[in-house]
Ligand binder design. Structure first.
Ligand code: CTP
Ligand code: CA
Length: 227
């Protein structure tokens, strides 16, 4: 079965993979985050290592154990993830953006714990940087950018919009409302869309096996580039 393949087809290739959720501080005891567990990104990291590739894993805090033989860079906020990715970008042949990056962060971060009062607490939020958008602008011809789109409706159309806007080579559209897909579980249901307009629907499968399936598509394009 392809899942257990031992071929070292990614030998000499470096993957920069982001995973997990970011945390956006409000005060020393509170933060905003999201439901990403990091499982999909970590599955990619393990699959690449199994196939002989090098992995730089830029990860938000997760409850997962660090995969063996990866270079781990732990980050907290979207801003830290942005800095880590930009620092490592030149080293990567393939960039996989599996992280769920906060789109907004509190405009004011309190140094001391915010104490409750009588009325409502209104927190003003500002936009974070879009890591994938920036990578899409800066990437070189030999680099492949693979993004994700977590969508609850108009999945394919919205994913195509993100692929184009962020200059990605492929996007993995995640059907988050389907049973067996999306956050927290060990399985996923996705459609892979390439910038050439190809579309591959994958049935429900483990995140690890899905990572291997998508790596099979990535290797084809890497080989195309080196010819
Ligand atoms: N992404 C990123 N930096 C951000 C936001 C998103 O790098 N600040 C990346 C994600 O890692 C993912 C892709 O962009 O690979 C799409 O993320 P998604 O949240 O689905 O789309 P957004 O562009 O943020 O739009 P929205 O959340 O409004 O649907
Ligand atoms: Ca988003």
């Amino acid at each position: 079965e392809s899942y257990f393949q031992s071929s070292q087809d990614f030998k000499g290739k470096t993957f920069l993979i982001t995973a997990g959720a970011t945390r956006e501080k409000i005060d020393p005891v509170r933060f905003f985050t999201n439901r990403s567990t990091g499982k999909m990104g970590y599955a990619f990291a393990e699959a690449v290592v199994e196939r002989g590739g090098k992995v730089i894993l830029v990860s938000g805090k997760t409850s997962l154990s660090v995969p063996a033989n990866v270079e781990m860079i732990l980050v907290e906020s979207a801003e830290e993830m942005y800095q880590a990715v930009m620092n490592q970008l030149d080293n990567a042949d393939v960039i996989i953006k599996a992280a769920a990056v906060a789109d907004y962060r509190p405009k004011v971060v309190y140094d001391q714990k915010f104490k409750k009062g009588e009325g409502d607490w209104i927190i003003e939020m500002e936009r974070t940087k879009d890591v994938a958008l920036e990578v899409g602008k800066r990437k070189k011809d030999h680099q492949l950018l693979i993004g994700f789109a977590a969508e609850s409706e108009d999945v394919i159309e919205r994913a195509k919009g993100k692929l184009k806007k962020k200059n990605m080579d492929m996007i993995i559209a995640n059907h988050i409302l389907l049973e067996g897909a999306g956050f927290e579980g060990d399985t996923n249901i996705v459609t892979l869309i390439t910038k050439e307009g190809e579309q591959i629907d994958y049935p429900m499968m483990s995140k690890k096996e899905l990572a291997h399936q998508i790596l099979n598509q990535i290797i084809l394009r890497l080989e195309g580039k080196s010819q």
